[in-house]
Design a protein around this ligand. Structure first.
Ligand code: GA4
Length: 333
């Protein structure tokens, strides 16, 4: 668990300037078994860049098993957690997020999502007994990956694109750059939450990939930013998934969908545990608007770039930076 002495807390950021409204009914909820799911996902991506998914067919046992393995991992002594390697970017990290000075009230493990990589990391952490952790992560990822395919195919259908797998095929490539992250936000009551409310767990940012699939335990903390700039709290729901539109999908839809700015506050009495699957394409993939989505005469809002180029710029930026700006055609950057 992250141990922060009181003076160390001064280096963390706090939110003072927002009055989040909790809105339970406002967040789009998509029942994947409904025949109109394809229309609803498109609407949700246009209006929020974010939605909740129910009836997803990911077995609850996979979610529970991974949660309990993750909690076991985070309760290990710091030295053993560090056996997973420092998060540069893959491995175990605490407080530091990314390479450019962002910090949060958090510890995490960031992994490539392919089974070989998971086996390697599990071995370095758990030595002779890596099986439980390894199988929990792999079972969970393979099931969530199928759901991600389904959602991306619904999106293509809802957008009226003939090629149903136009987005999902990007993740199906063997070399696709999908990541998996488990975040643990320890209780901030340890450091007198009453006097320092709203500690930033994970600062505001958009996800660079196509979509991200998030599942958390029943501790709230996630907030999304609406189009009008209002921050709203997302009520937690451990049996559902939350989908974020990422920067790449914004570009592929030529701005029709917007990647959602989000953040996590760690001001609770209980720890928050979240697991996020980041669906990215191969490094060589060109991130460009789908020609079939362009109306007659419509031009791309963005300069052409590959996922590899975008990633490079992502890792030279700060978490909160608007990283797409430099790829916009009208930009002077
Ligand atoms: C945000 C989304 C994913 O968690 C992540 C993050 C990455 C990291 O933690 O290494 C980044 C962040 C994320 C975007 C800006 C850069 C890179 C931290 C950071 C400051 C794994 C990703 O792909 O981009």
């Amino acid at each position: 668990m992250v141990v922060c002495s009181k003076p160390a807390l001064d280096t963390f950021s706090f939110i003072n300037d927002c009055k989040p409204t909790t809105f339970v009914s406002g967040i789009p909820v998509i029942d994947l078994s409904r025949p109109d799911a394809k229309t609803l996902v498109v609407k949700a991506c246009e209006e929020f860049g974010f939605f909740k998914v129910i009836n997803h067919r990911v077995p609850i046992e996979f979610m529970n098993k991974l949660e309990s393995e993750a909690l076991k991992f985070f309760s290990l002594p710091l030295l053993q957690k560090e056996e997973a390697g420092p998060a540069n970017p893959f491995g175990y990290g605490h407080k530091k997020i990314g390479p450019n000075g962002d910090i949060g009230w958090i510890e995490y493990i960031l992994l490539k999502s392919n089974p070989e990589f998971i086996i390697e990391k599990s071995l370095s952490i758990f030595g002779e007994n890596p099986e439980m952790f390894c199988s929990a992560v792999n079972d969970y990822i393979s099931s969530v990956r199928m759901m991600a395919f389904e959602i991306l195919e619904l999106l293509a259908e809802g957008l009226g694109v003939e090629q149903r797998n136009v987005f999902s095929k990007l993740l199906m490539e063997e070399e696709s750059d999908c990541l998996f992250r488990i975040n643990h936000y320890p209780p901030s009551s340890e450091v007198q939450a009453w006097s320092r409310p709203n500690i930033i767990g994970f600062g505001e940012h958009t996800d660079p990939q196509i979509i991200s699939v998030l599942r958390s335990n029943n501790t709230s903390g996630l907030q999304i930013c609406l189009r009008d700039g209002t921050w709203v709290s997302v009520p937690s729901d451990q049996s559902s998934f939350f989908i974020n539109v990422g920067d790449s999908l914004q570009v592929m839809t030529n701005g029709r969908f917007k990647s959602v700015k989000h953040r996590v506050l760690a001001n609770g009495m209980e720890s928050r545990l979240s697991m996020i699957y980041f669906a990215g394409p191969t490094l060589e993939e060109k991130i460009v608007p789908l020609p079939s989505l362009m109306k007659e005469g419509e031009e791309s809002l963005y300069k052409e770039f590959t996922w590899c180029e975008y990633k490079k710029s992502v890792y030279t930026a700060r978490l909160a930076d608007d990283r797409l700006v430099q790829f916009e055609k009208l930009s002077n950057c």
